[in-house]
Structure formats: C-alpha cells, structure tokens
Design a binder for this molecule. Structure first.
Ligand SMILES: [Cu+2]
Length: 141
C-alpha cells in the first residue's frame, strides 16, 4: 500500500506544497461544483476521524459539519495541528462548534482552511478544506 508521501510523489502533484493537518495533495477528495458538502465523524469503525478528512470544494459551498454524538464530545475549531500542538486560527472562516450536533458555514473565499477536534486531534481527528474558485475539474481526479 502506498503511503501518503509516495502517493504524493507518484502523482507528481505538488499543488499544495505544505500538508496542513496531514492532508497531502493527493488525498483531497474532489467535491468541486457541489453546493453542499457534509463533514462528519460518521465512520462506524473509527469515530475519531472525519469524512471526508481532506476535501476540495468550490467557493460558495455550504459546508455542513456534524459531530457524533455532538460537538460537546468533539469540539471543532478552525486551525492547524503542528508538532503535536493544535492552534486555533481566529481568522478561519470555520470558526468553532462547541455545542449541538450540526452546524454550517458557507466558505466564500479561496484558501486552505484546516480544522481539528480539540479533544482528539492527537489521534488523527483533524482535516483540511481547500476552497478553489473553479467549478469544474481541471483534468486531475
Ligand atoms: Cu473528537
């Protein structure tokens, strides 16, 4: 099985030179052109991972964040995890979700917006959203 790094090299896609929250360029699920995308820890075999963990969306997409059972158990913040430390980004359009089980943000501007669960980022509960202006795929899938 390819590791994330060798997959990255094999595809030759240094589109995103960095790897915010362990999201390498080849790992982003392409959801461009969709009006709404849902991100939830709804994997029945691992509640400490988001699906999709790394995702590319178009500007203006409504991102629906859902936590199971709720954000009280999995408080979600916009920000990056680096060197084992999570840092909240106060300028992130993701903001925070700390109660209830669902919330949404419309991501207007292009950029990369990482996010994490404040309780479980150390075991991989983190991800990143890349927002791009174009609507359709550019030949890379
Ligand atoms: Cu969590």
């Amino acid at each position: 099985m390819l590791t994330g790094f060798s997959l990255f090299v094999a595809l030759g896609m240094p589109q995103v030179a960095h790897a915010l929250n362990d999201c390498l360029a080849g790992q982003f699920q392409d959801r461009r052109g969709q009006a709404e995308v849902r991100i939830a820890n709804d994997n029945p075999t691992n509640q400490f991972t988001y699906r999709p963990r790394c995702v590319t969306i178009s500007e203006g997409t409504r991102v629906r964040f859902a936590a199971i059972p709720d954000f009280g158990m999995h408080p979600l913040y916009g920000g990056a995890v680096s060197g084992g430390q999570a840092t909240i980004d106060p300028s992130s359009p993701i903001g925070s979700f700390t109660s209830g089980s669902e919330g949404e943000r419309i991501l207007i501007d292009s950029g990369e917006f990482p996010y994490f669960c404040d309780f479980h980022f150390a075991v991989g509960m983190k991800g990143s959203i890349v927002v791009v202006p174009q609507l359709f795929a550019d030949g890379f899938d």
